[in-house]
Design a protein around this ligand. Sequence first.
Ligand code: PMP
Length: 397
Amino acid sequence: MAIRDDFPILKREVNGFPLIYLDNAATTQKPQIVLDAMNEYYTSSNANVHRAVHTLAGEATEGYETCRQQLKNWFNAERVVMTSGTTEAINLVAHSWGRANLSAGDVIVLTEMEHHSDIVPWQMLAEERKIELRYIPVLEDFTLDMDIYAASLEGAKLVCVVHTSNVLGVRNPLEDIIQMAHANDTLVLVDAAQGVPHERIDFQECGADFMAFSAHKMCGPTGIGALLIDSEVFETMQPFMGGGDMIETVTVDGSTYQTDEHKFEAGTPRIAEAVGWSAALDWMSKLDLKKEHQRLIKIARWVAEQLRTMGMSVYGRHEELDSAVVSFLHPTIHSEDLAHLFDSRGFAVRTGHHCAQPLLNRLGIASTVRASFYLYNTIEEAQLFIEQLKEITERFG
Ligand code: PMP
């Protein structure tokens, strides 16, 4: 299969078995083209960006800014701030927009299915500013309670919602969520860490005010991500981190700041990572993502059905727009033990609370085993996964 051939890591063995990598919701593997691009950058163009006229600095700057431009094109976004990932992007909004716009008594609406990175920054701000946080509950069918959402908007300044849950794979009805928020003059931040890998999002069309995501979940390197900001909101925002590169002038009496995205990018940025991300976007742009997603959600649905037949508790619904993430619990084998048994057979699956403790609390569980599928996974791997689970259950269940 052509896609698999692009990923050298898939040829390795783990514990004497061929690697079957099903931990894609945590991070995805990197195609050779990404590794080559980063290696080539360090081998022949490495320099710091923006601050020099020499040739290498020009190449480094071009590499870095090309990634920004590619992201603008990919997401149809006017303002793309490069960050270290989703987490930093959300913290940027909390520090810059949040501190300037929120004060005691203001309301932020969150959901119970947020990742910790879209909860903790708001809790910190809430404590500092005496802001009220309202959480939209998750219903029995793993969807958000939209009635409570509608009622929670009263007085809300910001809604923070995950595009697609990293535990359930459920894709939230963002279009409705954003439209309802805007009708109430409430801004919306979308945590799209799990959305961008499987859906080509048009930022301006979707209408969100902020969108955060990481390169490493879409075949790019770790350590880099982006924050898309609505251009009008962008103009109102001030930097939260000071340093080199984000200024226009500095005197001992004070400084003025850049007015474009650089105002949020103090210090030496992630240049090699940007070059790698560009290569990943080039690679992904050659695929029919929609078709690949349909193939993957079919695999996830099949796995979920098999698991239910075997008596497992499955958390998620695996509808057409959901991501190919299957979270489950074995009736008799502890999650951690199950993950170890899988690892001893070459399978990488994740277990734990997946940085979504409020969601697991709502589900009344402490952990799940999570198998998440991505572009290079095949139905044959899914079949082997189920076969192994049957064998493990017979021996240890
Ligand atoms: N949000 C969601 C939904 C995620 O799945 C993750 C990564 N597990 C994050 C945020 C945080 O991403 P990062 O660690 O790359 O900042």
